[in-house]
Design a protein around this ligand. Structure first.
Ligand code: NAP
Length: 244
């Protein structure tokens, strides 16, 4: 029986210009997959082989909807969609430097874009005669929020909920809806923060392994402790992540 990512195919990844998305794209390309890459900076400079770049600002819902109508028409063979692009405003909500437009952009990239992309791509995935998947990248902060980055934590909690609802909607189809729950990873998003971070390469490899295993929820690295701690001692991760 064919499995997710078992044969070279076409994978769509958002946020391929940096961090985890860049590592995902490199590893999937190395495994023979063609990568449809979406981010603001894709296509700048040399485009890696076996890559089709689609520059897009995912903070703009109308531009995202228009682009994904085009991608769905151009690439009916996409079998895995990875909603990885994300933005994190590292400030308290009462920081005077913050404004409503920045907050709106954070929600648009982290939550609205994955919903718009799912709307566009589900018919493409459902039309195939093989297992297909949507993968949404969330965080341990979706379960236990921290003090700062309040809207980021809330957006990832909402994306976790959206992922569960989509999973219900996909019941009875060959589309699997997967959530990858990340720990602290060493990327431009986390420069100057924390210690003991996982590398983006190890994180990407673990996400790919979880997709290949068709897991609904893929807890990565230290995040694997969360379901267990949640049951026996939730005060521990609550306090740890509050200060993270
Ligand atoms: N790093 C961590 O510790 C950590 C932990 C838990 C979860 N995560 C999640 O993992 C995912 C990857 O994060 P990362 O750490 O690899 O972050 P990163 O290095 O900052 O990369 C973010 C990616 O998202 C893209 N992006 C941001 N804003 C965009 C926009 N408006 N339109 C289109 N693309 C946009 C960026 O591309 P452009 O700038 O070219 O647009 C970039 O490729 C995110 O969803 C993040 O929330 C990360």
């Amino acid at each position: 029986m064919s499995q997710l990512l078992s044969q070279p195919g076409t994978v769509l990844i958002t946020g391929t210009t940096s961090g985890v998305g860049s590592a995902l794209a490199a590893q999937l390309r190395a495994a023979g997959h063609r990568v449809i890459a979406v981010a603001r900076r894709v296509g700048e400079g040399d485009v890696p082989p076996n890559t089709v770049p689609y520059p897009c600002d995912l903070a703009d819902p109308q531009a995202t909807e228009a682009l994904f109508a085009q991608i769905a028409a151009n690439h009916p063979d996409i079998s895995v969609v990875i909603n990885n692009a994300g933005v994190q405003i590292a400030a308290r909500l009462d920081d005077p430097a913050l404004n409503a437009a920045a907050l709106e952009g954070e929600i648009a990239v982290n939550l609205l874009a994955p919903a718009i992309i799912a709307r566009a791509m589900l018919p493409v995935l459902r039309a195939q005669d093989r297992p297909t998947a949507i993968v949404n990248v969330t965080s341990g902060l979706a379960i236990y929020p921290k003090t700062t980055t309040a809207l980021y934590c809330a957006s990832k909690a909402a994306l976790r909920s959206l992922t569960q609802s989509l999973r219900y909607q996909a019941e009875g189809t060959r589309v699997q809806v997967i959530e990858a729950i990340l720990p602290l990873v060493d990327t431009p998003m986390t420069v100057g923060r924390g210690s003991g971070k996982m590398s983006a390469e190890d994180c990407a490899a673990a996400i790919i392994t979880g997709i290949r295993r068709s897991q609904d929820e893929v807890y990565i690295g230290k995040a694997r402790l969360l379901p267990w701690l949640d049951r026996i001692a939730p005060a521990i991760p609550r306090a740890k992540l509050k200060r993270s």
